[in-house]
Design a protein around this ligand. Structure first.
Ligand code: HEM
Length: 464
């Protein structure tokens, strides 16, 4: 795969490969495959030295995760995802540190809480139903497009309440254009990290300007709106900080952060859930027995097997396979190694979830492993660890459980699998689904599609 040489000694950084600039670029294109190999060769705590970059340590051992990211949290600063900085700026919570980070997390955490959990459950169920009904009968839609529409709808409504359909569409359109530009930029072979606006295409700047304009207009309108809806924006409008009320620009910045972090991840998780269910008829059958027709959306949140299925999706196919990189700002010792300032350290979520010592037969999709068992915070960490733990974890889990249940209990939705073998996953900012998986809505009178499909509620096999 790559030519590697061990470096780092006891009490220096953990051992790991040294890559020249070309091998590093090649390994980035297939990062998880390379990280798996480094983990096999050097053990669960290893350092990647790449020419022209700071050493980066990946940590896939629960005790080491606890020692480094929790015990030494004060010696680390979060770097935030470089990809989205141009969209949300470095004043977004994902790039803050220390006292300001804690305060901002507190503010956003409070704004995201569901004051009426039943209402939130019903809102999510309604959005899932609307998007399912919107699928044109008899037409195959890429599964990820469908799950994306569901999760974008949810995060937008949680953030703003119900928007007029015109504003709703304009926010999503400008957000989509901005995100597409960033993804394209990241996938360009010669691209460097899109941290500053300088190298970003004009299409990105235009989309960002549109997005900012629409968000600000809507926030200004909400200030004088008498019928305040219970949503993130109205809570932020009435919050105060040590320096007074939040400005419209501050609120727009937080809204963008939630919109950006809150939908691709959940969309990937939902798509993986539907794929796993259609590949595992026994699991699907057991799930159907639990999700009976009379259960209201809020009741779904109490179902143990549904919960186990969703947790196993997040373990097996972690949508964010590596947590955010932290930079060492004060030297410390942990696990027999010395971590000097400037080193980058990453919780290796996917690798930790693949440990046979914690999860026997880790490659298998087996929700039972979550029944009656609670794994430690550093053994099962789909939402990361320590003070940078995902701010939307509670919402994401509610959304995943309700969406999986509501889609699974519809008889008219079918997942269409690709012909032949399902190709391995590829890596994006979130872990991407295998290609060519579609969703299809049938009607009693509809002629069967050309590819054989499988109703989610009757189990599935790979199709011809
Ligand atoms: C299945 C869905 C999701 C997964 C798997 C996920 C996973 C993660 C992970 C792994 C991190 C980095 C944690 C670390 O480095 O320790 C993170 C950070 C974050 N997530 Fe999520 N996330 C999901 C959904 C959401 C949602 C719905 C929201 C917003 C409503 C959200 C908002 C954030 C924010 C703001 C951060 C940065 C926190 C900080 O730096 O303090 N996420 N998420």
């Amino acid at each position: 795969m790559t030519s590697t040489s061990a470096c780092g000694a006891h009490r220096g950084l953990p051992p790991g490969p040294s890559l020249n600039a070309d091998t590093w670029k090649a390994s980035e294109r297939d990062l998880m495959e390379h990280l798996r190999e480094f983990c096999r060769t050097y053990g669960p705590v290893f350092t990647v030295h790449a020419e022209g970059r700071r050493p980066r340590v990946y940590v896939a051992d629960p005790q080491a995760i606890q020692d480094i990211f929790v015990r030494h949290q004060e010696d680390l600063e979060g770097l935030g995802p470089s990809m989205f900085k141009a969209l949300v700026t470095d004043r977004s919570v994902a790039y803050l540190n220390g006292h300001v980070h804690r305060k901002t997390r507190h503010l956003l955490g409070h704004a995201l809480e569901a004051h009426d959990p039943s209402l939130r459950a019903r809102t999510i169920a309604r959005i899932v139903a609307d998007e399912s009904d919107r699928l044109e009968p008899g037409v195959e839609n890429p599964l990820e497009h469908f799950t994306n529409r569901v999760t974008r709808g949810v995060i937008l409504e949680i953030t703003f309440g119900r928007l007029s359909s015109d504003i709703h569409l304009r926010v999503l359109d400008s957000l989509d254009r901005a995100m597409t530009s960033l993804h394209e930029q990241q996938n360009t072979p010669s691209a460097s990290c899109p941290e500053s606006g300088e190298r970003l295409p004009a299409s990105f700047s235009a989309a960002l300007a549109d997005l900012d304009r629409i968000l600000l207009l809507e926030i200004v309108r909400r200030r004088t709106d008498e019928t305040r809806q219970d949503c993130v924006v109205s809570r932020l409008l009435s919050s105060s900080t040590a320096t007074g009320k939040l400005t419209d620009q501050d609120i727009a910045l937080h809204v963008k952060t939630l919109l950006v972090s809150g939908h691709e991840t959940t969309s990937a998780a939902l798509a993986w859930a539907l794929l796993h269910l259609s590949l595992n008829p026994v699991v699907l059958d057991a799930l159907r027995q639990e999700i009976t027709a009379e259960l209201a959306p809020e009741d779904l949140l109490r179902l143990p097997y549904l919960n186990a299925v969703c947790l196993e999706v997040l373990r097996h196919s972690a949508p964010v396979p590596n947590g955010g990189a932290r930079e060492v700002v004060r030297e410390f010792h942990a696990q027999g190694y010395l971590f000097p300032p400037g080193t980058e350290i990453v919780p290796a979520i996917h690798l930790t979830h693949q440990r046979e010592q914690t999860f026997a037969n880790a490659c298998a999709f087996a929700p039972k492993r979550f029944q009656g068992v609670r794994y430690g915070h550093s053994e099962f960490l789909p939402f990361g660890i320590g003070p940078r733990h995902c701010l939307g974890a509670t919402l994401a889990l509610q959304e995943l459980r309700i969406a999986v249940a509501e889609i699974t209990r519809r008889a008219d939705l079918h997942v269409v699998l690709p012909r032949g073998e399902i190709m391995p996953i590829s890596m994006g900012p979130t872990q991407r689904l295998p290609k060519d998986i579609a969703i299809y809505r049938s009607q009693p009178s509809t002629i069967a599609p050309r590819r054989r499909t499988t109703a989610l509620n009757i189990g599935s096999q790979v199709h011809e």
